[in-house]
Every structure is written in C-alpha cells, then in structure tokens.
Design a binder for this molecule. Structure first.
Ligand SMILES: Cc1cc2nc3c(=O)[nH]c(=O)nc-3n(C[C@H](O)[C@H](O)[C@H](O)COP(=O)(O)OP(=O)(O)OC[C@H]3O[C@@H](n4cnc5c(N)ncnc54)[C@H](O)[C@@H]3O)c2cc1C
Ligand code: FES
Ligand code: FES
Length: 484
C-alpha cells in the first residue's frame, strides 16, 4: 500500500503494478494530462513534476522526472503537478512570468519548464542567471529558444514572495506527517500482490529479501526505470531502498565521509563539496537537476556502468564500499569491486550500503574532469579524476580513476606508481601522458573513437599537471552557458 498527497488530495494505491511510473499514474489513472511525455527516459523534462517533503518543519520542493520515477516510491510525499499551480484565474508567479516573457510557443515543453521554475522559486535561490540555468538543466525546448524562458525565471525570482503553497505549508506538513506516523507503520512490509517492498531499516530490508529473493533493488530508478520505458521490460518484484534509514546516513567523522548508498546526489552535495570543492563541476554536470534529485551513488555503483561518473572520482579518492546482506556487512576498497563488464563482487542478495571517502588531506591536490558532447545532462565520453599528495615537492601519493576507457571503471596501478617520487613541479609530464595513452584500449563507439579517448585522457593528465603547478587557470569549462 502506498499513500501520498496528490496536490492536496490524499491518495492510497492498492493494486497498481510495482513498476508503474509516476507519469503513467498521473496521465492514465489520475487523468492529470498537463504533465507530458516526451522521451520517457529522463532527457527532455516534459514530464517534470515537483515533490514536496517535510524538512525541519518546512517543505522542501524538488523537481523530478515523473517518467522514470516509480509511483510506489513516493510514500508520504506530496506530488505537485502543473494543474495545481494556478489558483482559480490567478496564475502562479512563475506562470505569469512565462506568459509575460512570451516564453512558450507550441507549449509541449512548458509544463515541465514551469514545474522546474516552481521548484526553483521555492528554493530560496538568488535571482541569477546561473541559478535559473542550473534549475532548467533537465528541460529541453525545441521552438521558443531559451532566452525568454531564462528571463522569465530570473524575473520570477526577483519578485519572489510567499505564495499560496507557503500559506498552506503547515497544513501540508501535518498531513504528510500523519501519513508517515499513522498510515505507513500499519503496513511496514506491504502485501505481496503489489510486489513492491519499501523497508525502513536494515532488518526489514533483510526480511524483504528473504520474502522475495528474486526482487531487484531500486533507489532513484533513474537508471532502472529505463529498462521499462525503453526496453519494455517488467521490473517487478522490487525492493525500494529509499526509506532504509541506514542507507540514508550522511555523516562525517575525523577520518571519513560516510555517504549512505540511498542518499541522492542533491543531498550529498554539501558534505562532499565541503571536503572536495573541486568536484562541484563534476556534480553539476552529472545528469540534470531532476536526475540529481533522485539518483544515488549506490545506484551508480549498482549499474556498474563503465561510463558512470561516480567510480572515477571514488577510485581517485580511495573510496571504500560497504555491502550488506543477511550474512552481515563487509567493507572493501572500491578498486576491488568491479570484476568485468557490468559485473562486480556484489552477490545477488547483497545491497550496497555505504560509500566511505577519506577526509581531505591538507595540501592534497585533486581534480575531476568530464568530457562529453553536451555540458549538461550527458553521459561521459571520458571521465578522469586525479589525486596527488606531495612531500617536499615529490609525489608521495598519486591515484587516478577513469571512466569510458574500458569494460570497467579503470585504475592503472603500475602506471600511477610510475609517478611516485617524481618532482611534480618540474617533471616533463609528456612521457607520462604518452605512457598513459599507451595503456588504454578503449572502444570506438557513437560517442568517440578509441584514438580520441586515448588522446583526450593524456591531455587531461597534462591539464591536471598544468593546473596544479600554477601554470594554467584552474577552471576552463564555463558552467554558465548562454542558451539564447
Ligand atoms: C537523463 C539521464 C542522465 C544521466 N546522466 C548521468 C551522468 O551524467 N553520469 C552518470 O554517471 N550517470 C548518469 N545517469 C545514470 C543514473 O542517473 C545514475 O547512474 C544514478 O546514479 C543511478 O542511481 P539511481 O539511484 O537512480 O539507481 P537505480 O536506477 O535505482 O538503480 C540502478 C541499478 O543499481 C541497482 N541498485 C540501486 N541501488 C542499489 C544499492 N544500494 N545496492 C545494490 N544495488 C542497487 C538497481 O537494482 C539497478 O540495477 C543518467 C541517467 C539519466 C536518465
Ligand atoms: S518524458 Fe522526457 S524526461 Fe520524462
Ligand atoms: S515551446 Fe515548443 S518545445 Fe518548447
């Protein structure tokens, strides 16, 4: 049984299929057809809706892609759709700004843009072009042009005032916490007919696995749901990890950042970037705002994709991963995790529990670079991360992690060891870049040729050397693009 607020109405689902997407639920069952289907793969934003949930007594609003979100995963949340924004004849300020700026032509993309801007309106962001562009990173428009849409976003932020949602917030928080405390506990491991389990802690997770060993895990479903929407596969039975308390840990001790496997990218950003601010661009270019609002590092490792952006960064930072099962927890270095193309040491009944990153060492140098065709919302052609510690100018620790260059995320131990004890400031980096390129045997595919991938990776090492020896600017790729 799944219970949530759909706009202001409490809805309980009893028997819809475990892998029903939110978009299908909205359009087919709730007949809320303002939310559109474009790509059904998280790429266009036509299906954007906003999820509101209590956060320290207030409501937090986040845009998500309804086409790749499983409706049963939204227990105790409020789903806000475009139909609900205007009150009577009174448009919401973001809708008004869109109208006044002529920011819509055919209108197919417009509900999605409006919902992304609505989430931004409630985020407290400054009325800056860069905030609007980030908020719209998951929305495509094919006829209006982005300038008027961005202008509408800036204007809405400039004049932001409490709206009707703020006026109702207290009531909404109360309604959601009633669902949380009164409705959900009655049914911790729901009936088998829906084949969707949403355990609240490790013990319930073990029980769910025992009840249904063939069930697949789902977190943000930003990857998993594509099997349904693109390959028409059935995903159920499913065990949803979003509410497992232990998988949502996000804590820091003296030595380690502990990032629970089910924490979304948006939620882990502050913790990660406090120690590793150089990962800002990596994070801002991982998918889009709606993808980061749902996607998790656990899911990124769970896909074991050789082009995932998580592993290069995590390998370079010497991450460890904890896996859990009825047999207990085991912790291993991430470089031992990947064993082959989309294969890992994780057993079928094991979940990824937590990712552990060492705290930042004073004086350490770190960069992570992503090469892709588009800046936003694009999968990497190559992703490379480099980490360096020096002692009296000599390389004491050097680690690199690569994606897009082999059947698995890659760490080249012998090659990286060849840099140890070198005089970093004064070495000729060219032979090391050449030997790196020679170690790589990437594929040719639609994203790039093998030779391009080799060459660009060697160049990224050169760039790291230039940036960390003070001979090049530290940042070359603009985050703020002119979409006009
Ligand atoms: C439009 C779009 C853009 C994207 N851009 C990027 C990008 O730039 N870079 C990038 O790296 N990826 C990208 N992705 C892929 C995806 O968003 C990420 O891999 C994300 O981290 C997946 O996390 P999730 O929680 O959504 O995983 P899910 O889709 O829920 O799960 C993915 C897989 O992992 C398994 N799984 C999930 N959690 C666990 C766990 N805790 N333990 C064991 N198994 C688990 C699931 O069973 C499934 O097989 C993009 C996807 C889309 C749709
Ligand atoms: S329909 Fe394109 S992102 Fe959902
Ligand atoms: S207005 Fe037509 S796609 Fe944006």
């Amino acid at each position: 049984m799944t219970t949530f607020l759909l706009n202001e109405q409490k809805v309980t689902l009893h028997d819809s299929s475990a892998d029903q997407t939110l978009l299908d639920f909205l359009r087919q069952d709730a007949h809320l057809t303002g939310t559109k289907e474009g790509c059904a793969s998280g790429d266009c934003g036509a299906c954007t809706v906003v999820i509101a949930e209590p956060d320290q007594g207030r409501l937090r609003y986040r845009a998500i892609n309804s086409c790749i979100t499983l409706v049963h995963s939204l227990n105790a949340k409020q789903i806000l759709t475009v139909e609900h924004l205007a009150q009577g004849n009174q448009l919401h300020p973001v809708q008004k700004a869109m109208v006044e700026h002529h920011a819509s032509q055919c209108g197919f993309c417009t509900p999605g843009f409006v919902m992304s801007l609505f989430a931004l309106y409630h985020s407290g962001a400054a009325p800056e072009r860069s905030s609007v562009i980030k908020a719209l990173s998951g929305n495509l428009c094919r006829c209006t042009g982005y300038r008027p849409i961005i202008d509408a976003g800036i204007e809405a932020l400039e004049h932001a005032q409490p709206d009707t949602f703020d006026a109702r917030a207290e009531k909404t928080v109360k309604a959601l916490s009633e669902i949380e405390t009164e409705v959900l506990p009655k049914d911790p491991l729901p009936d088998h007919s829906v084949q969707f389990w949403q355990p609240e802690n490790r013990l319930e997770l073990e029980q769910a696995i025992a009840r249904c060993p063939e069930a697949r895990f789902s977190a943000g479903s930003t990857d998993l749901a594509l099997e349904k929407t693109q390959q028409l596969k059935q995903l159920s039975p499913l065990i949803d990890l979003n509410r497992v308390a232990e998988l949502n840990r996000l804590d820091v001790d003296e030595a380690v950042l502990n990032l629970g496997a089910a924490v979304t990218y948006s939620d882990l950003a502050e913790t990660l970037l406090a120690d590793y601010p150089e990962a800002t661009e990596w994070l801002e270019r991982l998918g889009s705002t709606p993808i980061r609002n749902r996607g998790t590092l656990g899911g990124n490792l769970g896909t074991a994709s050789p082009i995932g952006d998580g592993p290069p960064l995590l390998l370079a930072l010497n991450a460890e991963v904890t896996l859990g099962s009825v047999r207990g927890l085991r912790r291993l270095p991430l470089h031992q995790f990947f064993t082959g193309y989309r294969q890992t040491v994780r057993a079928a009944d094991e979940w990824i529990d937590c990712i552990h990153l060492p705290r930042r060492q004073p004086g350490s140098l770190f960069r992570v670079y992503k090469i892709s065709k588009r800046v936003e919302d694009d999968i990497s052609t190559v992703c490379a991360a480099f980490y360096l510690e020096l002692e009296q100018g000599k390389v004491r620790v050097f680690r690199a992690g690569f994606g897009g260059l082999a059947a698995t995320p890659l760490m080249l131990s012998d090659w990286q060891n060849s840099l140890l004890q070198t005089d970093w400031e004064n070495i000729d980096i060219a032979p090391f870049a050449e030997s790196l390129e020679a170690e790589l045997h990437p594929l040719d595919d639609v994203r790039a040729s093998a030779r391009y991938r080799q060459r660009v990776t060697g160049n990224l090492l050169r760039r790291f050397h230039l940036e960390t020896t003070g001979t090049a600017p530290t940042r070359a790729i603009p985050v703020e693009l002119d979409h006009a």
